[in-house]
Design a protein around this ligand. Structure first.
Ligand code: SF4
Ligand code: SF4
Length: 482
């Protein structure tokens, strides 16, 4: 993009008032930090009351205003680096939200595009000196625009998962059975999804190879060892995120085996969804309700089993649960309870010290080939986890381990991003695949289930000799006694 184009692009978002208009352009409702007030169609409670930032608790407007537009983060923002568009950078997005709150956004459609294309990866926050929480600011902007992902189907899925999880499970199993017939693949080949205006569904259908007819939670509830500790002290409780529960059940099985073998008896939380999907798709009240269910369950277990860590094996869910307090900043009682829960949450990536890694089986190590590690965004940017899994992997893989260039570059999975923004997602993924190929890796270790499906989908066509494997599965495969 040349300088003139840059300037035009910038002009879309910088609505600087002309001389004499400055006063009229000032916010009209006193201090402009309440998006509920500014957008009357919104329901009460649809927005966060405050954001918990590294510089303290801030209203949305103050948090967005902490961005001084230095541009330092642009070198790490995938959507900016791949498009060169200022509006698709973190600084552009923060400014859009400020203008939205001030009621001065000239073009809400441009704002919608800018906010909807953010992958919420958090790379910008990691590189920002002021630690501006751009992903949270973007989510608030989406909620203010009333609609990101907030459609009939998303609402129905979230409400069923919240209020009738058994019915949700029934429908999912029915969908799995239909998938096994091969009909969805046929529909994709015939271009039916394109015809219906939902091309992303074809990718979604193809992203998962095999699907379980028994969910992980069902297996865990029947696990005699997990039930046997009833009422006794434990030092871990396993929280099953939706990915390992409903799709990648082998991840959940591996995590529990790894925990039992190294930390002794533990319990199954028998939890609800963490609420991340509701949080990211415009349903904040439902996200709070999911959180309350999990907090209550945690408190019951604490009363029965004493002090323990809540272990989750999807970094997106672990990072979101660590931020539960932010959902309740306007409610003193729930805020305290949410903080106690969040303090107990631990990603499996950070729970295992190298001295407990175990000893690698030579055959399994040979099968793994060259091993590398992809930093899932919600592990490295969302929770600051970088060294802990590397130490374990270096110990287990030895000389077969190699560092991945740009390991914290997003894979483009980002929840449903690969389906909602397929073109950008494919470009982001392409860079990840090139980096994997550059170290000739055979096994790519990941900590998030979205990364698992996205990277494996890319490897299948671009680099079929390699595979992505979840951290727990890798540790379990290498150290399990046959
Ligand atoms: S988000 Fe931070 S690094 Fe990026 S432009 Fe704003 S202040 Fe600078
Ligand atoms: S969260 Fe990621 S995609 Fe969004 S602005 Fe920040 S770096 Fe860019």
């Amino acid at each position: 993009m040349n300088g003139q184009e840059q300037e035009q692009e910038h002009d879309i978002i910088v609505d600087i008032p002309a001389a004499g208009e400055a006063e009229a352009a000032l916010p009209r409702r006193g201090f402009p930090n309440d998006v509920n007030e500014l957008y009357p169609h919104e329901q009460a409670g649809r927005h966060l009351d405050t954001l918990l930032t590294d510089l303290g608790e801030r209203r949305l407007y103050d948090a967005a205003s902490q961005c001084n537009r230095c541009g330092y983060c642009e070198n790490v923002c995938p959507t900016y680096m791949l498009t060169g568009r200022e509006t698709l950078s973190s600084r552009g997005r923060n400014q859009f939200v400020r203008l939205l709150v001030e009621g001065r956004a000239k073009d809400p459609e441009a704002a919608r595009e800018a906010l909807n294309t953010c992958m919420l990866c958090g790379a910008c926050t990691s590189s920002c000196y002021a630690k501006v929480p751009t992903p949270d600011i973007v989510l608030e902007g989406r909620r203010a625009l009333n609609g990101y992902g907030d459609n009939f189907f998303a609402r129905a899925a979230i409400n069923t998962l919240l209020n009738a999880p058994a019915i949700f499970g029934f429908w999912l199993k029915l969908a799995y059975l239909v998938k096994k017939t091969g009909l969805p693949r046929l529909a994709a080949k015939m271009g039916l999804y394109d015809f219906l205006g939902m091309p992303g569904l074809a990718d979604a259908e193809g992203a998962v190879d095999k699907v379980p007819l028994r969910f992980a939670a069902e297996t865990l509830r029947a696990d005699e060892e997990l039930r046997a500790v009833h009422g006794k002290p434990v030092n871990w409780a396993y929280f099953v995120p939706c990915g390992p529960n409903l799709i990648y059940t082998e991840v959940s099985e591996a995590t529990v085996r790894v925990l039992k073998a190294r930390f002794g008896p533990g319990v199954f939380v028998d939890n609800a969804c963490c609420g991340l999907m509701a949080n990211n798709y415009g349903r904040l009240e439902e996200a709070r309700e999911f959180a309350r269910k999990n907090i209550v369950r945690f408190e019951e277990l604490r009363a029965a089993h004493g002090d323990f860590k809540v272990i989750a094996d999807c970094s997106s869910c672990a990072a979101f649960m660590k931020s539960y307090e932010q959902l309740f900043t306007a409610d003193a009682e729930w805020r305290t309870r949410a903080k106690a829960f969040a303090d107990a949450v631990c990603d499996i990536l950070e729970f295992l010290p190298p001295e407990k890694a175990g000893v690698s089986d030579p055959e399994a190590l040979k099968k793994a080939g060259k091993v590398t590690y992809h930093d899932s965004c919600r592990a490295c940017h969302g929770q600051g986890i970088r060294q802990e899994p590397r130490e374990v992997l270096r110990k287990l893989a030895g000389k077969a381990y190699r560092e991945l260039p740009e390991s914290d570059w997003c894979c483009g999975g980002a929840g449903a991003y690969a389906f909602t923004e397929p073109e950008l997602s494919a470009k982001v993924l392409d860079r990840k695949l090139r980096n994997i190929a550059s170290v000739q890796a055979d096994t790519v270790i990941v900590g998030g289930t979205s990364c698992l499906s996205q990277i494996n989908a890319g490897l299948k066509t671009a680099y079929p000799s390699a595979r992505a494997v979840h951290y727990s599965v890798f540790v379990d495969e290498l150290t399990r006694k046959k």
